[in-house]
Design a protein around this ligand. Structure first.
Ligand code: HAM
Length: 436
């Protein structure tokens, strides 16, 4: 039986058009991130299973992790997220690395999810993290960078960053509601998953934990309170940190409508200890967070006595592309080449090859059809390849050492000496790039 040509469920084939979009998105992000001086890193797709079992969180580890036993009997996992790898890499060179460490990466990650809008089994995720530095300044830098990322796509008006603090959540559940750490963690998890599992399932979990009517009431009030009310009624280290962060962001001109307090933001991972945040599309078409992140104080401690707090976020290509498409912010990106050198007869092969080489040396992207064919077929092919210019060898021009350059966009053409074709093509390509 023939094999299926479909890709595995929840994964995508990136045909050149799709790849061009992914590249375009991440290249734009790279430009912003590099302005902040962050350095790019990468790590392996496979990691020891225990790396994620430690702090990634129960849902991912028990339900979503792809894992395997290698031929040497080692239990390995395909990375579902990058933060534990980052922590491992930093711990391995802890004393050599200049602090604060500002790093970014764009790994592909795997989670066994039920594929749906904004959720796939393989996605690419921009990770931006800073380890070390004053937590307030680092949190503010990361959020400012995140807002800048949205600005570079012209999308800052259509997205909102919701911020909370794990210390406030812990204070509320532990000290105000008097719940055990275990019950509080279960509630945090189910709240984080509420949008995914639905209201019924959410209520069932709360009932299972044995939350009283009074506790439920308090929870509902808490979740619908403004920051001013929460700060007053539940003053704690978490609200102090949030106050300081919001003040700082307001003064530096970032906090406004795009960064708001939201007590329902929980974050699923176990390692978050302070500020947590998620960015949401304002359009109801996209319910999944565009990115999520937060501060983690103790993640490096899983590798020994390393004390370094970090903050960062992960931004997925699937949610980002949905966002850009929804708001008309994704330009039509077609793979294109500069020059197509047509080959209407075998006798032009050598001349074509020489022009191609010289033009490539000028920095142009050039293809030949790698075979002889009629003029009209080759012109069609050139258009299909997205060529800007075609070089045509004609009997009469060739006899005089010349060839025709055709501009496919304007349909104009000119005759040029073959020895100078590469220079003229370069001139024309530069003029076109400038809008000429
Ligand atoms: P996360 O919230 O699990 O955080 O993922 C971050 C973002 O990755 C999500 O907001 C979403 O855009 C995207 N994403 C996650 N899972 C999927 C999926 N199955 N399909 C498509 N997109 C997805 C983390 O992974 C943290 N490690 C981020 C972080 C970095 N925290 C600190 N530094």
């Amino acid at each position: 039986m023939a094999l299926s040509s479909q890709s595995y469920k929840g994964t995508r084939d990136f045909y050149p058009q799709d790849m061009a979009i992914r590249r375009w998105m991440f290249d734009r992000m790279r430009q912003v991130i590099q302005r902040y001086g962050y350095l790019e890193y990468d790590g392996p797709l496979l990691e020891p299973f225990d790396l994620f079992a430690a702090k990634t969180g129960e849902e991912i580890v028990n339900q979503q992790l792809y894992w395997l036993i290698d031929r040497g009997g080692r239990k390995l996992a395909i990375r579902p997220e990058m933060t534990p790898t980052l922590a491992r890499m930093v711990a391995a060179r802890f004393h050599e690395l200049a602090k604060p460490i500002r790093w970014f990466s764009i790994p592909n990650l795997w989670r066994y999810e039920r594929p749906q809008r904004g959720r796939l089994r393989e996605h690419w995720q921009l990770n931006v993290d800073v380890l070390g530095g004053d937590p307030l300044l680092a949190d503010a830098e990361i959020l400012t960078l995140a807002v800048d990322l949205m600005k570079t796509f012209g999308g800052e008006q259509n997205a909102i960053i919701k911020v909370n603090n794990r210390k406030l959540i812990d204070h509320f559940f532990g000290n105000v509601l008097g719940l055990s750490a275990d019950a509080a963690l279960k509630i945090v998890k189910v709240l984080d998953a509420k949008a995914k599992i639905g209201e019924e399932a959410y209520k069932a979990v709360l009932d299972g934990i044995g939350i009283s009517a009074d506790q439920k009431d308090k929870m509902e009030k808490f979740f619908s309170s403004s920051f001013a009310d929460v700060s007053r009624a539940f003053k704690c280290v978490g609200t102090d940190e949030l106050n300081a962060l919001f003040d700082f962001l307001a003064q530096s001109g970032v906090k406004g409508e795009s960064v708001v307090f939201d007590p329902t933001v929980m974050r699923g991972m176990d390692y978050y200890t302070g500020t947590v945040f998620e960015m949401y599309d304002t359009s109801p078409d996209n319910r999944r967070a565009i990115f999520g992140g937060g501060r983690y104080d103790n993640l490096l401690a899983i590798f020994g006595n390393y004390k370094l707090s970090g903050v960062g976020f992960g931004l997925g290509d699937v949610t980002m592309q949905n966002f850009l498409e929804t708001h008309g912010l994704l330009p039509k990106i077609e793979p294109s080449i500069d020059v197509f050198i047509a080959l209407p007869a075998a006798k032009y092969r050598l001349a074509a090859e020489q022009v191609a080489c010289l033009s490539r040396n000028e920095g142009l992207s050039v293809i030949t059809p790698l075979g002889v064919d009629g003029f009209s077929q080759q012109l069609k092919l050139a258009v299909k390849h997205g060529a800007k210019f075609v070089v045509l060898f004609g009997e009469a021009e060739f006899a005089e050492g010349k060839a025709i350059i055709k501009d496919l966009l304007t349909a104009t053409q000119e005759v040029c000496v073959i020895s100078g074709l590469h220079l003229r093509l370069k001139e024309l390509a530069v003029a076109k790039a400038k809008g000429g």
